[in-house]
Ligand binder design. Structure first.
Ligand SMILES: [Zn+2]
Length: 246
């Protein structure tokens, strides 16, 4: 059966209309989180907290084929969240960052980007110049995942007291999703209490409209829909999605 008929498309959008309206309301109703209150509620101090700043590199913010305005718009809120956490005493800042081999397999999907040794793979200067940067630990990765083939698991194993995670950066449906789900599911598997918090104002994804994608032979990517669907999927799995952290 031909699944591409207009009738099929209409059937899906009609069938999903109620759920999509629910999702839009869910997003609109997200509330900011006071870190101090939340830490008190969970018996957490600043040394129990790690902030993950994911892929805030030049190659997604400033230069190269994958840089774009939606992720560039994260720079100000991400800086504010880092500054706030630093002011509250957090000193664990982990930066999982694309640092690809020159022939990375991932380039089959996304094209060449953020190659090791090139400026695209460097932390953006807006973050690298902050006082908190003295406490940045870059986790170089060659895939969307923060722990496959990286130092992250060892870093976490050496610091069992770290059990409250704030995840910010890009992209919501790609590396943010992988990072938040990894931390949540690793804790679940080990029966280890932890909190994984994703402030919606500090994560984003890219947009590639259907018409543009078809012109260049790429897969379309609706930034608004995929941002929302993946936020919801994280929430469904126990990741705490909040409007912002204060
Ligand atoms: Zn990549």
């Amino acid at each position: 059966m031909n699944t591409r008929t207009p009738e099929r498309s209409r059937a899906l959008s009609q069938r999903s209309a109620e759920f999509m309206a629910f999702l839009a309301n869910w997003q609109a109703d997200l509330e900011p989180l006071s870190l101090e209150s939340d830490w008190a509620a969970h018996g957490v101090a600043a040394n129990n907290v790690a902030v993950f700043v994911v892929d805030m590199v030049n190659g997604f913010c400033h230069e190269g084929p994958l840089a774009g305005p939606r992720v560039q718009g994260l720079i100000a809120p991400v800086r504010a969240a880092v500054a706030r956490c630093y002011a509250l005493g957090v000193r664990h800042f982990l930066l999982p960052q694309d640092t690809h081999e020159s022939d990375a397999l991932e380039f089959a999907q996304f094209g060449p980007h953020c190659v090791v040794g090139q400026s695209e793979s460097a932390t953006i200067p807006e973050l690298a110049g902050m006082p908190a940067a003295a406490d940045f630990t870059v986790v170089a990765k060659n895939s969307l995942h923060p722990a496959y083939g990286t130092e992250l698991e060892a870093w976490l194993a050496q610091r069992p007291e770290v059990r409250y995670f704030v995840i910010i950066g890009d992209c919501t449906d790609l590396c943010i999703y992988q990072t938040a789900m990894y931390l949540r599911l690793a804790a679940n598997a080990a029966q280890r209490e932890c909190q994984v918090v994703v402030p919606e104002n500090c994560v984003q994804t890219y947009d590639l409209p259907v018409a543009t994608a078809q012109t260049i032979g790429a897969m379309p990517h609706d930034g608004d829909v995929l941002h929302l669907i993946f936020l919801y999927s994280m929430a469904l799995n126990g990741v705490r999605i909040v409007k912002a952290v204060e």
